[in-house]
Design a protein around this ligand. Structure first.
Ligand code: SF4
Length: 385
């Protein structure tokens, strides 16, 4: 079996080239051809010696992921479904904005964390993606978009968020080399501030990421107390909020930004009451006596039938945001993008054969875990607006 060169960061590629008796600068040339020019074929690499190209043909390949489908939203969002074999498929989503182009990348086929409000979590877990499978999403999307958006071959993707399918920090060994490919000036040259890893709170791996490859960090918070977070994000039972916030403060010592982004999915009657906002303020401003430097990103929930949950009414989201803002916390409400192609946050489901029965476990717990609190009729009228 030949080596897939998408599996290597530059160090790995240099080591591979050394096994072929080639010097490091050859690895750099090769890396540029693959990631900056999108080459798929060694015969394209005109500045490599013919003898090296012949060697590579026999020992290596550049193999992306087969595209099963592509959907384009009216708002410009593009979602790809990639085949990762064995009946599993993962999704990547491109979100264009005026000043940036963001690619949301998957790290696992399914997810074992099983968050209650997450479509991927309900699918269960199949397997970790390899470095090459993570990188392939960016490699394909960047070069597809360059060819199709007609910007004269300029770079299109300026930001990557590891917020697709999977918990990236539960696939740490594959994630870090993939991040290095994204950051490398000979690769995609993205700044650390523009590459974000989103985690549900795998505390030991947050510490390792801070040491190994500090990029921007987003933490899926979703609840202001352990009792509720245990139900929404099962990993909280292992790493409760106090430990998670301590880890956030340790991470900030390494982070390229001076704040952590806390993601908070707004669930109708579950975590969206004024009392929850006040608890959240107490948590992020008082934890450990000094709080955590953070921004809050409120995410309108994207309902899917199996969740049994509903989106908070827009008025309630705004009221929640105001309580946080009035307390001095920078708070944003995420615009939903790609709703018409199920590409919005939490809707990425791919097609995963659950090999761990996570999906079954969630389905069994679904009806008894959460009891929405009563709220007034006015709020109901604005639901889904
Ligand atoms: S929100 Fe993230 S960690 Fe939770 S189940 Fe979904 S993909 Fe996994």
């Amino acid at each position: 079996m030949t080596a897939n060169l998408l599996d290597y960061d530059l160090e790995g590629l240099a080591a591979f080239c050394a096994t072929l008796g080639e010097k490091r600068f050859r690895a750099t040339q090769l890396f540029r051809w693959i990631h900056q020019k999108g080459a798929r074929d060694f015969s394209q690499m005109s500045d490599l010696a013919k003898s090296l190209r012949d060697k590579l043909q026999g020992h290596a390949r550049i193999e992306g992921l087969p595209v099963i489908s592509r959907h384009e939203s009216a708002d410009g969002t593009i979602k790809w479904l990639f085949d990762v074999g064995n009946g599993d498929a993962v999704e990547a989503v491109f979100i264009p904005e005026d000043d940036r182009g963001t690619l949301c990348v998957s790290s696992q086929a399914g997810c074992a964390v099983g968050c209650r409000f997450c479509s991927t979590g309900h699918q269960g877990f199949s397997r970790n993606l390899t470095t090459g499978e993570i990188v392939a999403q960016l490699w394909f999307a960047e070069h597809f978009l360059r060819a199709h958006l007609g910007k004269g071959g300029e770079r299109v993707i300026s930001n990557v968020v590891m917020m697709g399918m999977g918990e990236p920090l539960q696939n740490y060994g594959a994630l870090v080399p993939a991040l290095r490919v994204m950051l490398d000036d000979h690769g995609y040259g993205l700044s650390r501030r523009r590459v974000t890893v989103s985690t549900s709170g795998v505390v030991p791996m947050m510490d390792r990421l801070g040491d190994d490859c500090p990029v921007a960090l987003a933490v899926s918070l979703h609840a202001p107390n352990d009792e509720l977070r245990d139900k929404l994000v099962p990993l909280n039972r292992k790493y409760p909020l106090a430990e998670l916030l301590d880890a956030c403060n340790r991470y900030l010592a390494h982070a390229p930004r001076d704040f952590i982004t806390f993601e908070y999915c707004m669930l109708d009657g579950v975590n969206d009451q004024p009392e929850h906002a006040r608890q959240l303020i107490e948590l992020v401003q008082r934890h450990g006596g000094r709080g955590v430097s953070c921004k809050l990103n409120l995410i309108p929930f994207n309902p899917f039938p199996a969740s049994g949950l509903l989106r908070s009414p827009q008025q309630r989201v705004q009221a929640f945001a105001k309580i946080l803002s009035d307390a001095g916390i920078v708070t944003t409400v995420r615009k939903t993008r790609g709703d018409d192609i199920d590409a919005a946050c939490g809707q990425l489901a791919g097609d995963v054969k659950d090999r761990t029965r996570v999906g079954n476990r969630i389905a069994q717990q679904r009806t008894v875990m959460l009891k929405p609190v009563a709220h007034d009729a006015t709020a109901k009228e604005t639901r889904g607006s």
